[in-house]
Design a protein around this ligand. Structure first.
Ligand code: SF4
Ligand code: SF4
Length: 550
């Protein structure tokens, strides 16, 4: 039997899963004493000891692997290490030496132990949380999913739906709109037709907008205080969340962003930030690195400053974002990503943008899928057709295979495109934040690929509300007041985890475990989490249904 199938069978064995439950039972180390910041388990302690075995013992290596609690994980680790042809030093430094990797491994082993080996893999807690840290932003981009802006509470929410006007779309040199003739999805999904979930947000009295220095949510609740933010970090750490991706609004607008990042870094989490880049002066980048941020992703939608500025709302933003990108590229200790929301108006700029990123020394290019939510709901005519999305995916796959830059995307069909278009031994995307090569990665993609909402990922709002994905404004509860389990095991999450519980081609698709379709798009267009993603080439009927609503 080939090696990957052997590993699958091993992980599927009840005795192995029992062992996994045993090794990952949370059980504070008596030697350290109980600690709220220490979600320790037997396996986690072993990983730490492997990474830092201490001085050699007189009778052998520093790691006391013969200790009864270390012997089994040691033997399992050695098995995997030999199969992957890695040295002990590599495992020590690059795998177990990274506390975030240790957390992710513990969470994965715990999940397989408790929930079994499932396709896609279910997790007892998210591996990653995107934290919309503040609603405040120094920009007001036309497609913002969070509907963020300078006051921290958006005026859109205070304006009756009928008075919403269509945002301007960047024009080409001849003054023609880059997209197709426009109509407004927002009008079709207006509260008056009973289709929008956010009616109450628009009815908030204007007086709640008068304190921009204390950002509040749409019903006047303040954003989390510093102490509450730290408590949320503690909560995530106790559940072995490996990564926090800070987003917003603009995280750098919040005075508590970097202190909270530092607090989370001390607990061994991998930290990234999505930013508009305009506040990334060299000293601010250095501060971010010192606070533990290891990846900064800056939004840039065009290589043409005028088009970017038109989309982002004000002149000069392109120059400031590019200055921010260059400052991150030059800084040691942090990787730089450029994020482009690919829409009809800038699809033709995808290649120039990729070449620009490569020339600038950017580490990662991130192609965001267009999702009709937040302010982007009013721009649904800018969404890519299935054929246009295939064009985008083919370009992403080509550049990923080319190896000149790392390519990620929030389009869940990206993994499918890599398999369809790439060499069988070539790189394959394994979710929104990973890719790798070889047969093992192709199998792994069936477990971790595609949409992660509610399965290995969730999002937290500035006020502590938990939602399945930043693009899916469905409130699951609030981490200020509700238990983690209440939020993570909400019935909506159960729907998201079950890729057999779908309608249309997403239910029977050969790639449903690699992809699953973007649930936020199905929600955005149809308010139906089970319906097929209308952006996929296999779902033309859904695309036409979505178009008929615009
Ligand atoms: S719903 Fe799923 S595929 Fe869509 S953006 Fe969210 S995590 Fe990604
Ligand atoms: S039909 Fe659905 S699961 Fe299959 S590739 Fe398309 S979006 Fe993904």
């Amino acid at each position: 039997m080939p090696e990957p199938e052997k590993i699958e069978r091993l992980l599927d064995h009840p005795a192995v899963q029992r062992l996994f439950r045993w090794m990952t039972r949370q059980d504070p180390d008596p030697a350290r004493g109980p600690s709220a910041r220490d979600g320790q388990c037997w396996l986690g302690r072993f990983f730490e000891a492997y990474a830092d075995p201490g001085p050699p013992a007189p009778s052998g290596p520093g790691l006391r692997w013969w200790r009864p609690d270390f012997a089994i994980p040691y033997l399992l680790t050695e098995y995997v290490r030999r199969k992957t042809g890695s040295s002990r030093e590599t495992f020590r430094r690059r795998v177990f030496g990274n506390p975030a990797v240790r957390r992710g491994l513990v969470a994965t082993v715990r999940s397989v132990g408790r929930l079994g080996l499932t396709q896609p893999q279910r997790f007892v807690a998210p591996l990653m949380v995107v934290w919309n840290f503040t609603q405040a932003c120094n920009m007001a981009c036309k497609h913002c999913y969070q509907d963020a802006g300078p006051t921290g509470v958006l005026s859109r929410r205070l304006v009756p739906a009928k008075s919403q006007t269509k945002p301007e779309v960047p024009k080409d040199e001849a003054g023609q709109e880059a997209g197709r003739p426009s109509t407004m999805l927002g009008a079709v999904l207006s509260p008056s037709k009973g289709r929008r979930a956010d009616l109450s947000r628009r009815l908030v009295p204007a007086k709640s907008q008068t304190k921009p220095e204390v950002p509040k949510d749409e019903v006047g609740r303040p954003e989390l205080s510093f102490d509450e933010q730290k408590r949320i970090v503690d909560l995530l750490a106790r559940h072995d969340v490996a990564m926090i991706a800070f987003s917003g609004g603009e995280p750098l607008m919040s005075p508590t962003f970097l202190p909270v990042a530092r607090y989370a870094a001390d607990l061994g989490m991998h930290l990234t930030v999505a930013t508009n880049g305009t506040l990334l002066a060299p000293d601010k980048v250095a501060e971010m690195v010192a606070s533990g941020i290891r990846y900064a992703e800056i939004s840039l939608d065009s290589t043409d400053p005028a088009k970017h500025d038109a989309w982002r709302g004000s002149p000069g933003f392109w120059d400031r974002a590019v200055a921010g990108i260059r400052n991150v590229v030059r800084a040691p200790g942090i990787k730089c990503g450029v994020a482009m929301t690919v829409a009809r108006w800038n699809l033709a700029e995808l290649r120039p943008m990729l070449e620009w990123c490569i020339a600038e020394g950017v580490d990662t290019f991130y192609a965001f899928n267009f999702i009709p939510t937040g302010r982007a709901a009013r721009l649904a005519d800018q969404d890519l057709s299935p054929a246009e999305r295939e064009q985008m995916l083919a370009t992403l796959q080509e550049y990923l295979a080319g190896g000149r830059i790392s390519i990620m995307s929030s389009a869940p069909q990206y993994g499918r495109a890599c398999i369809e278009l790439g060499d069988p031994a070539g790189p394959v995307n394994t979710g929104h934040y990973g890719h790798g090569g070889g047969r093992m990665t192709r199998i792994l993609a069936r477990y971790v690929g595609g949409c992660g909402a509610g399965r290995c990922y969730m999002a937290v709002q500035p006020n502590g509300d938990a939602i399945p994905c930043v693009f899916m404004p469905i409130r699951l509860g609030n981490l200020r007041t509700d238990s983690f389990e209440t939020v993570w095991n909400h019935p909506v999450m159960e729907v998201l985890r079950d890729r057999d519980d779908r309608t249309g081609h997403c239910r029977i698709c050969d790639y449903k475990y690699h992809c699953g379709g973007c649930r936020a798009r199905s929600w955005g267009y149809f308010k139906d989490l089970r319906r097929s993603d209308p952006g996929c080439k296999f779902n033309q009927a859904e695309w036409h249904a979505a178009q008929s609503q615009i």
